[in-house]
Ligand binder design. Sequence first.
Ligand code: MN
Length: 128
Amino acid sequence: MAKRVLVVEDNELNLKLFCDVLRSQGHEVEGVRDARLAIERATLFAPDIMVLDIQMPHISGLELIAAMKLDLVLRRIPVMAVTAYAGKGDEERIREAGADSFVSKPVALRGFLDAVNGLFAIAEARNG
Ligand code: MN
């Protein structure tokens, strides 16, 4: 069954890449470049999972995760964080913020898809 994925990424090329890869797997995908629109879009689209860039203008991926945790519906959506800076402390900070999965850029296709499938499994477990 097709799954819905919301991708939030300010870099246009990365956004297109992530969306294309996910669509090639048969998923229904929406992309958002402006993180300020992400909460509203997530509420309307009701994605099964979300892929979030961490470094974005206006609202960082970490702030977005924090905002989602305050929403009773959005807090249940598994989140994969994608980031170019990946020191050990960064990954811990991202996981502490509540990301379920973490992939560093440049993203390897196989690792990306494995992480996505892992999130779908989390979503199913969470929703029974
Ligand atoms: Mn970015």
